[in-house]
Design a protein around this ligand. Sequence first.
Ligand code: ATP
Length: 280
Amino acid sequence: MERAYAKINLTLDVLGRRPDGYHEVDMVMQTVDLSDLVWLDETDGDAIEVESSSSQIPADHRNLAYVAADVFRRAAGIRRGVRIRIDKSIPVAAGLGGGSADAAAVLRGLNRLWNTGFSADELAQMGARVGSDVPFLVQSGCAIARGRGERLERVDHSLRAWVVLIRPPVFVSTAEVYEALSPQDYTSEPRSRQLVERLVAGDLEQVQALVHNGLADAAKRLYPEILQVERRVEHLSPVPVHMSGSGPTLYCLFAARGPAQRLWGAVRGFSRDVYLCRFV
Ligand code: ATP
């Protein structure tokens, strides 16, 4: 069994649009201990089969776990069949990288199942063929990701912040949010280096001050529900409210469990989609 951890973006600076149509980003990503569970079993045939506990994701070749298994088998020159079972806990289309985390878990799991001995870097290269966030999610922890998200610089820090995740009730299309960006959403000076220095120093207050998401304004313009939930949480929270990835998930960071749990309890009063977790 592989644990597929969700991620949050501590920073996400959009530097501009590239000639290939993608946006050049510079972001700090951190995994949290909200996870899907992924089981892999070899089968007698040569098919890739996908089962999941959620009806919100496709159980066929469109599932990112399927795509990852396909990429892995080609890279390894293996044609054996595999059954992938996903026990889904990460909210879907939420800005938490759930699909990418499942794909990364499949790459790690097949490497183990078939004893193929690929390094983490080689798995990350395969991951880049599946999706932009997959290379980062091959390992847990923290990293600066550049380019489309595939150029990684791993960051070692020991800050174990508590995180309250709140998912507003709206499905967000990452592509639409990027399409809705305007030049004032772009950054010329990314904050990742400075934020990472504060993470390494263990200074959560300074980290909070540097958290930034260049997609947040565009996402809130497209989906006003995000703003509505953000206002409600702001009333209840002693710390700032941030958005992860292309949204809609909002999060708050705490140094200690007590205040995090109090916010979690207060938000439960109006939303079931609230999670208490930690950096991992
Ligand atoms: P991103 O920001 O990378 O788009 P996200 O965290 O916002 O990711 P996901 O939960 O990864 O969103 O889902 C995005 C889309 O991918 C959904 O429309 C979903 O149907 C599809 N998808 C394919 N495979 C999976 C999977 N294993 N888990 C979740 N979603 C999946």
